[in-house]
Write a protein that binds this ligand. Structure first.
Ligand SMILES: Cc1cc2nc3c(=O)[nH]c(=O)nc-3n(C[C@H](O)[C@H](O)[C@H](O)COP(=O)(O)O)c2cc1C
Length: 159
Protein backbone atom coordinates (compact mmCIF):
# COMPACT_ATOMS: atom_id res chain seq x y z
CA UNK A 1 0.00 0.00 0.00
CA UNK A 2 1.22 3.47 -0.88
CA UNK A 3 0.68 6.25 1.65
CA UNK A 4 1.42 9.95 1.57
CA UNK A 5 1.52 12.16 4.66
CA UNK A 6 1.25 15.87 3.89
CA UNK A 7 1.80 18.48 6.59
CA UNK A 8 2.55 22.12 7.28
CA UNK A 9 4.62 23.13 10.28
CA UNK A 10 6.01 26.45 11.54
CA UNK A 11 7.74 25.39 14.75
CA UNK A 12 8.28 21.68 13.82
CA UNK A 13 5.65 20.17 16.14
CA UNK A 14 3.31 19.04 13.34
CA UNK A 15 6.32 17.78 11.41
CA UNK A 16 7.32 15.60 14.37
CA UNK A 17 3.81 14.15 14.56
CA UNK A 18 3.80 13.49 10.79
CA UNK A 19 7.08 11.58 11.12
CA UNK A 20 5.84 9.63 14.16
CA UNK A 21 2.76 8.60 12.16
CA UNK A 22 4.95 7.40 9.29
CA UNK A 23 7.11 5.41 11.70
CA UNK A 24 3.99 3.79 13.17
CA UNK A 25 3.10 2.18 9.83
CA UNK A 26 4.27 -1.39 9.33
CA UNK A 27 6.51 -2.58 6.48
CA UNK A 28 3.51 -3.28 4.22
CA UNK A 29 3.14 0.49 3.78
CA UNK A 30 5.35 2.41 1.42
CA UNK A 31 5.13 5.88 2.95
CA UNK A 32 6.31 9.31 1.92
CA UNK A 33 6.21 12.34 4.23
CA UNK A 34 5.97 15.64 2.39
CA UNK A 35 5.74 19.34 3.30
CA UNK A 36 2.57 20.80 1.83
CA UNK A 37 4.54 23.25 -0.32
CA UNK A 38 6.51 20.42 -1.96
CA UNK A 39 3.53 18.27 -3.02
CA UNK A 40 3.17 17.62 -6.75
CA UNK A 41 -0.27 16.84 -8.22
CA UNK A 42 1.08 13.53 -9.68
CA UNK A 43 1.78 12.28 -6.15
CA UNK A 44 -1.94 12.18 -5.41
CA UNK A 45 -2.61 9.91 -8.40
CA UNK A 46 -0.56 6.94 -7.20
CA UNK A 47 -1.55 6.61 -3.54
CA UNK A 48 -3.99 4.43 -1.62
CA UNK A 49 -3.92 6.45 1.60
CA UNK A 50 -3.54 10.17 2.25
CA UNK A 51 -2.97 11.66 5.71
CA UNK A 52 -3.10 15.45 6.01
CA UNK A 53 -1.95 17.37 9.09
CA UNK A 54 -1.93 21.06 9.99
CA UNK A 55 -1.26 23.29 12.95
CA UNK A 56 -4.54 24.83 14.10
CA UNK A 57 -4.48 28.57 13.36
CA UNK A 58 -7.46 30.71 14.29
CA UNK A 59 -9.59 27.56 14.70
CA UNK A 60 -8.83 26.45 11.14
CA UNK A 61 -6.14 24.55 9.23
CA UNK A 62 -3.01 26.62 8.56
CA UNK A 63 -3.06 28.58 5.25
CA UNK A 64 -0.79 26.22 3.27
CA UNK A 65 -2.99 23.22 4.06
CA UNK A 66 -6.20 25.16 3.35
CA UNK A 67 -4.78 26.24 -0.02
CA UNK A 68 -3.70 22.69 -0.82
CA UNK A 69 -7.16 21.29 -0.03
CA UNK A 70 -8.76 23.95 -2.20
CA UNK A 71 -6.44 23.08 -5.10
CA UNK A 72 -7.46 19.40 -5.24
CA UNK A 73 -9.74 18.96 -8.27
CA UNK A 74 -13.35 17.98 -7.50
CA UNK A 75 -13.95 14.21 -7.17
CA UNK A 76 -10.28 13.48 -7.86
CA UNK A 77 -9.89 11.61 -4.57
CA UNK A 78 -12.33 8.82 -5.40
CA UNK A 79 -10.83 5.48 -4.35
CA UNK A 80 -8.35 7.06 -1.93
CA UNK A 81 -8.64 6.48 1.80
CA UNK A 82 -7.81 9.43 4.01
CA UNK A 83 -7.31 10.70 7.54
CA UNK A 84 -6.51 14.06 9.10
CA UNK A 85 -4.82 15.39 12.21
CA UNK A 86 -3.88 18.72 13.71
CA UNK A 87 -1.70 20.14 16.42
CA UNK A 88 -3.46 22.37 18.91
CA UNK A 89 -3.52 23.83 22.39
CA UNK A 90 -5.75 21.75 24.65
CA UNK A 91 -8.78 23.64 25.92
CA UNK A 92 -7.69 23.17 29.56
CA UNK A 93 -4.39 24.95 28.77
CA UNK A 94 -6.04 28.07 27.33
CA UNK A 95 -5.87 30.72 30.03
CA UNK A 96 -8.23 33.29 28.48
CA UNK A 97 -11.89 32.49 29.08
CA UNK A 98 -13.09 34.15 25.89
CA UNK A 99 -10.65 32.05 23.82
CA UNK A 100 -11.92 28.86 25.48
CA UNK A 101 -15.42 29.91 24.47
CA UNK A 102 -14.25 30.50 20.88
CA UNK A 103 -12.54 27.08 20.74
CA UNK A 104 -15.73 25.41 21.94
CA UNK A 105 -17.61 27.24 19.20
CA UNK A 106 -15.19 26.91 16.27
CA UNK A 107 -13.04 23.88 17.15
CA UNK A 108 -9.75 22.81 15.63
CA UNK A 109 -8.22 22.08 12.21
CA UNK A 110 -8.50 18.30 11.83
CA UNK A 111 -12.27 18.17 11.42
CA UNK A 112 -12.52 20.68 8.53
CA UNK A 113 -9.59 18.93 6.80
CA UNK A 114 -11.46 15.60 6.81
CA UNK A 115 -14.65 17.30 5.66
CA UNK A 116 -12.84 18.85 2.70
CA UNK A 117 -11.12 15.56 1.78
CA UNK A 118 -14.49 13.78 1.86
CA UNK A 119 -15.94 16.52 -0.36
CA UNK A 120 -13.19 15.82 -2.89
CA UNK A 121 -14.20 12.16 -2.96
CA UNK A 122 -11.89 10.53 -0.39
CA UNK A 123 -13.11 7.90 2.06
CA UNK A 124 -12.35 9.01 5.63
CA UNK A 125 -11.27 5.90 7.53
CA UNK A 126 -10.80 7.23 11.07
CA UNK A 127 -12.02 10.16 13.16
CA UNK A 128 -9.93 13.34 12.88
CA UNK A 129 -7.31 13.47 15.65
CA UNK A 130 -5.61 16.30 17.54
CA UNK A 131 -2.16 16.26 19.15
CA UNK A 132 -1.38 18.84 21.81
CA UNK A 133 1.43 21.34 22.23
CA UNK A 134 2.17 23.01 25.56
CA UNK A 135 2.37 26.47 23.99
CA UNK A 136 2.31 28.18 20.57
CA UNK A 137 5.86 27.11 19.64
CA UNK A 138 5.66 23.77 21.45
CA UNK A 139 6.97 21.53 22.70
CA UNK A 140 4.49 18.72 22.23
CA UNK A 141 2.92 17.45 25.42
CA UNK A 142 4.39 14.29 26.86
CA UNK A 143 3.23 11.10 25.17
CA UNK A 144 1.96 12.73 21.96
CA UNK A 145 4.58 11.14 19.68
CA UNK A 146 3.70 7.71 21.07
CA UNK A 147 -0.01 8.49 20.65
CA UNK A 148 0.65 9.47 17.01
CA UNK A 149 2.40 6.15 16.32
CA UNK A 150 -0.51 4.28 17.93
CA UNK A 151 -3.00 6.31 15.86
CA UNK A 152 -1.26 5.30 12.64
CA UNK A 153 -1.57 1.63 13.63
CA UNK A 154 -5.32 2.17 14.04
CA UNK A 155 -5.43 3.68 10.53
CA UNK A 156 -3.76 0.59 9.05
CA UNK A 157 -6.28 -1.66 10.79
CA UNK A 158 -9.06 0.26 9.05
CA UNK A 159 -7.74 0.37 5.48
C1 LIG B 1 -1.41 32.89 14.66
C2 LIG B 1 -1.67 31.65 15.46
C3 LIG B 1 -2.97 31.23 15.67
C4 LIG B 1 -3.23 30.07 16.43
N1 LIG B 1 -4.52 29.67 16.62
C5 LIG B 1 -4.76 28.55 17.34
C6 LIG B 1 -6.10 28.09 17.53
O1 LIG B 1 -7.07 28.66 17.09
N2 LIG B 1 -6.29 26.96 18.29
C7 LIG B 1 -5.23 26.27 18.82
O2 LIG B 1 -5.46 25.27 19.48
N3 LIG B 1 -3.96 26.68 18.65
C8 LIG B 1 -3.70 27.79 17.92
N4 LIG B 1 -2.40 28.21 17.73
C9 LIG B 1 -1.31 27.39 18.27
C10 LIG B 1 -0.85 26.42 17.18
O3 LIG B 1 -1.77 25.35 17.08
C11 LIG B 1 0.57 25.90 17.46
O4 LIG B 1 1.43 26.98 17.20
C12 LIG B 1 0.89 24.72 16.54
O5 LIG B 1 0.23 23.56 16.97
C13 LIG B 1 2.37 24.45 16.50
O6 LIG B 1 2.60 23.55 15.43
P1 LIG B 1 3.85 23.75 14.48
O7 LIG B 1 5.07 23.72 15.33
O8 LIG B 1 3.83 22.58 13.55
O9 LIG B 1 3.71 25.05 13.73
C14 LIG B 1 -2.15 29.35 16.99
C15 LIG B 1 -0.84 29.79 16.78
C16 LIG B 1 -0.59 30.92 16.03
C17 LIG B 1 0.83 31.37 15.83
Amino acid sequence: MKALIIYESFFSNTEKIAKAISEGFDSSVEVEVCKVGDVKPEQLKVIDLLVVGAPTRAFRPSPGVSGFLKSIPANSMQGIKAASFDTRIAIEDIKIRFLRFMVKLFGYAAEPISKKLRKKGAEIVIAPEGFCVKDTEGPLKEGELERAAAWSKQIIEKV
